[in-house]
Design a protein around this ligand. Sequence first.
Ligand SMILES: NC(=O)c1ccc[n+]([C@@H]2O[C@H](COP(=O)([O-])OP(=O)(O)OC[C@H]3O[C@@H](n4cnc5c(N)ncnc54)[C@H](OP(=O)(O)O)[C@@H]3O)[C@@H](O)[C@H]2O)c1
Length: 263
Amino acid sequence: MNIGFIGAGNMANAIIKGYFPNKKSNNIWAYDILSEKLSELKQSGVIVTNDINELVSNSDYLFLSIKPQNISDVLNDIKNIINKDTVIVSIAAGITSDYIKTSLGYDAKVVLVMPNTPLLLGEGATALAQVSPTSKDEFDFVCDIFKSSGKIGIIPFDKMNEIIPINGSSPAFIYEFAKYFVEYAKDCEINENVALNLFSQTLIGSAKMLTNSGYSIDELIDMVSSKGGTTIEGLKSFRQNDIENTIKEACKVTTNRAYELSK
Ligand SMILES: NC(=O)c1ccc[n+]([C@@H]2O[C@H](COP(=O)([O-])OP(=O)(O)OC[C@H]3O[C@@H](n4cnc5c(N)ncnc54)[C@H](OP(=O)(O)O)[C@@H]3O)[C@@H](O)[C@H]2O)c1
């Protein structure tokens, strides 16, 4: 199977390196308007081209790994050259399968994907949706690509915008959270790196408790919040400052922005 990437930026690099970590990739093609983006990929065996027609006509699976703002131009460029059996894999936030099909002018095979940047370290969390007429085998093939760089979750195609705050944007939300914990430690004259390492390991450990301990989220919160203790006071402060609505509102505006991008 030949896999082509239009747009050789951060995400395309992470997906390619995750799928082919140690071996030469002789069936991966990449095209980017900036040819300098292609040189590193070329060294790892990716077939690079400055001709979008060559890439599209050679791809059984075509990744649209460009910004949402560039999707319209790219779909316009490829609509007369794409083979109707090619599976189009879009990782662009907010771009719907209907938009892709309408722009191409036929009932294209589409897989919608929302990855995240931890994919760069092989620790991605990627949401995928199968869109008819893509077959189960074709969808599984795309799922396997993302499984090689982390974990995946399968969701309905009409929930792609709702999943963005959960996995696509949430790394930034978590970094923002981390920033203020570390700043607090610094204000208390604790070494910044020591605090960052402790907080980061706490994120890893807490994530493992969420997925592997068998306890619910509420049980895990209760386990750390004994009556009259320290944690309960911090939690009270979070709740008095309405952390629930702060987070839900941030999720809502993230999703809303994806709907705006799809217009
Ligand atoms: N980064 C994330 O956390 C994340 C998470 C989930 C999903 N995504 C999605 O992943 C996609 C790619 O993100 P990224 O961070 O990898 O972006 P990126 O690093 O900017 O990569 C996109 C590349 O495509 C190039 N490009 C622009 N127009 C093109 C065209 N017409 N033909 C070919 N190449 C073109 C860009 O060049 P220029 O720089 O000159 O424009 C750039 O080199 C986006 O749609 C984003 O929504 C990103």
